[in-house]
Design a protein around this ligand. Structure first.
Ligand code: EAX
Length: 330
């Protein structure tokens, strides 16, 4: 009796499992929202598309990505806050507001820190960059990969800028970044920190005279429609970073988190490729859109004028990371 009953119970259980498997749909894909503050036709848009393709391929469709460009999830500071509380899953952002959350990244925003793209990419792809990504975890963020925004230049609609004296007295929008605000105060300007989604209108209405951004952003955000002058000051190398929310990622397996890291690295490479393209083609494009572009700016007077920013930074944050970057073999 017992054996026969056990056999019948086992048969029924297996039958039930088979029936359930036939009825349950394949596991529904998890959609990941990806936010950034500039239009889709941009270096961040290229980064998003590479991230999406890689994540969906590596996960076999277990994860999909949904694009939220142009600040539709808020400015960069707001989106980083969204990562911390889990309302945003992944963000592609400059380091502009990041120092407010992860102070050790402020060093990357120092004027004239990096001499060129090769040096910046080398440092960020090395142990210093990885250490900074790993530190994000102490601030309710997940550092996935270093992407790229580009060397920042000054635009305005008041006058051509060839020396710091030309910047003096201008109302210049800066990112919400204390280092950048100090730098423009040292140049005699009136820095106005402002989120990216507000910038175009502020320039259009004359709330600010000018702003500073890489060729990538000037092009993608169509700032040439509201700015006449561009001076290639290259005063700051602006990293970008792909950040994830711990609310999403902490609950995943190591394999699943690995998919996000690999996808972010693919996205980061795509942003760099687009930055390099704009470095080659951006000036001619912007001249074609009516901007006057000064490509012969002597950086030395600008470097001298903002030297005090480095001193103040060291007083406040120490010089350990700055010295490591300067002494790196990159
Ligand atoms: O990250 O806010 C800025 O000026 C940034 O360069 C832009 O949002 C791209």
């Amino acid at each position: 009796m017992t054996q026969r009953f056990a056999r019948r119970a086992l048969t029924a259980a297996i039958g039930g499992l088979v029936a359930t498997a036939l009825v349950l749909p394949a596991q529904a894909a998890t959609e990941v929202n990806v936010g950034y503050a500039i239009p889709s036709e941009s270096h961040y848009g290229e980064g998003y598309r590479a991230f999406k393709e890689t994540l969906e391929r590596l996960s076999g469709g277990e994860f999909t990505a949904a694009e939220h460009p142009s600040g539709s999830l808020g400015g960069e500071r707001a989106m980083i806050e969204g990562l911390q509380i889990g309302t945003v899953d992944v963000v592609i952002t400059s380091t502009g507001p990041l120092g407010n959350f992860v102070p050790d990244t402020y060093v990357l925003d120092l004027p004239f820190l990096f001499a060129d793209y090769d040096q910046a990419r080398c440092v960020l792809d090395g142990e210093i960059g990885q250490e900074l990504l790993d530190q994000m975890g102490e601030h309710d963020l997940v550092g996935l990969a270093w992407a790229e925004n580009g060397f920042r230049h000054i635009t305005n609609s008041r006058r051509e800028i060839t020396s710091p004296d030309d910047v003096s007295g201008l109302k210049i929008r800066t990112m919400e970044n204390r280092i950048h605000q100090d730098a423009f105060e040292a140049l005699g300007a009136s820095p106005t920190p402002m989120a990216m989604p507000e910038l175009f209108t502020a320039l259009q209405q004359g709330t600010v005279d000018g702003q500073e951004n890489p060729l990538t952003v000037i092009t993608a955000a169509k700032l040439y429609e509201v700015q006449d002058q561009l001076s290639l000051t290259g005063h700051v190398y602006s990293p970008a970073v792909m950040l994830g929310s711990p609310v999403l990622l902490d609950g995943l397996s190591d394999e699943q988190r690995g998919w996000f890291v690999e996808a972010a690295r693919a996205g980061a490479e795509a942003t760099r490729a687009e930055v390099s393209r704009l470095e080659d083609e951006g000036v001619e494009f912007l001249r074609g859109e009516g901007m006057t572009v000064n490509t012969e700016v002597d950086a030395t007077p600008f470097q001298d004028a903002v030297g005090e920013v480095h001193e103040r930074f060291v007083e406040q944050y120490g010089d350990a990371m700055l010295t490591r970057i300067r002494n790196s073999d990159c």
